[in-house]
Design a protein around this ligand. Structure first.
Ligand SMILES: Nc1ncnc2c1ncn2[C@@H]1O[C@H](COP(=O)(O)OP(=O)(O)OP(=O)(O)O)[C@@H](O)[C@H]1O
Ligand SMILES: [Mg+2]
Length: 285
């Protein structure tokens, strides 16, 4: 059975025009940590281009979420993060939020809002400038509903966030990131709680929006098969540093599985030609 995907109009669900054409995010010498503890040291990446998905990979504790938080401006940072040549480090959270949205790995609990209320709130709180004019309450509701339809969760619009299943919460979190019409979209494990169908649907939608709007998209994934299939560029972190980056086919190798993840494994093409990554056994030590 093919996964149904609603066709996207040529505009954001919110009706604003694409803003991301020709975007570039440059990360150089980025050092991040918590208090005095440094987690990532001097990370420099090849420039991340608009219209491309970067999968951010690495073992538990490698610093993937820390990197996304740093890019979103939620942690003090040293080094440089430039969006189209403009330095983001040192700018206010609000100034960054005009350009960058971030979906955290775990969404806040105990929020007594419906999915729709949370989306309309996020939309009305978005600074004008990212998507253009401020929206009225009615427009916000229409745009929020259109986005929920695209995500296939319109039936959850009036359900309280605290009554959603884990996967439904993840979809609602994704909607909150997308509704802000970002130029840079940072998603921390957006598919970890999703069933097979929603995993594909979410990755296809993220890919489609990334291409159409020219977004710089960075997605943290543990599913290397999904990364191989949907990412244009792979970045692998391990032990506080960059371990590898490049095209999926060149980067996802048995050597990488052994060195970074500590498993023996295989990378093979399936009968449909997709790269499949199979972990066979943990390596001793
Ligand atoms: N709020 C925090 N305060 C102090 N240390 C933290 C905090 N959050 C994470 N760390 C530490 O930073 C390191 C990297 O954590 P991070 O959450 O970035 O890893 P990750 O790659 O996202 O892992 P996972 O795949 O498990 O989500 C870990 O050693 C962790 O203990
Ligand atoms: Mg994490």
């Amino acid at each position: 059975m093919g996964v149904q995907q609603r066709p996207l109009a040529g505009t954001w669900p919110l009706g604003a025009q694409a803003t991301g054409a020709g975007l570039q995010l440059e990360i150089a010498g980025l050092t991040l940590g918590y208090g005095r503890r440094t987690i990532l040291r001097e990370v420099s990446l090849a420039p991340l281009a608009g219209g491309h998905i970067t999968a951010l990979l690495g073992p538990n504790g490698a610093g993937k979420s820390t990197l996304l938080r740093g890019l979103a401006g939620l942690l003090p940072a040293r080094g440089s993060v430039k969006l189209n040549g403009q330095e983001m480090i040192g700018r206010s959270l609000e100034a960054r939020a005009r350009h960058i949205t971030y979906m955290p790995q775990s969404l806040p609990q105990g929020v007594a809002l419906t999915v729709m209320e949370a989306l309309v709130g996020a939309l009305k709180a978005s600074p004008p400038g990212a998507g253009g004019m401020a929206v009225s309450g009615r427009q916000a509701a229409e745009q929020a509903l259109a986005l929920l339809e695209q995500l296939g969760i319109a039936h959850l619009a009036l359900v309280g966030l605290d009554r959603l299943s884990g996967g439904q919460r993840q979809m609602a979190g994704l909607a909150q990131a997308l509704v802000r019409k970002p130029e840079v979209l940072l998603l921390d494990e957006p598919t970890s709680a999703l069933d097979l169908r929603y995993q594909l649907q979410v990755m296809r939608l993220v890919q489609q929006l990334t291409r159409e709007k020219g977004l710089v998209t960075v997605v943290v994934l543990h599913d290397l098969g999904l990364a191989a299939r949907f990412a244009d560029h792979i970045v692998v972190l391990g032990e506080g540093t960059l371990r590898a980056e490049g095209e999926p086919e060149r980067t996802l190798t048995p050597g990488l599985l052994a060195e970074v993840y500590g498993v023996s494994g295989r990378v093979e093409r399936c009968s449909l030609g997709h790269l499949q990554v199979m972990a066979d056994a943990p390596l001793a030590g």
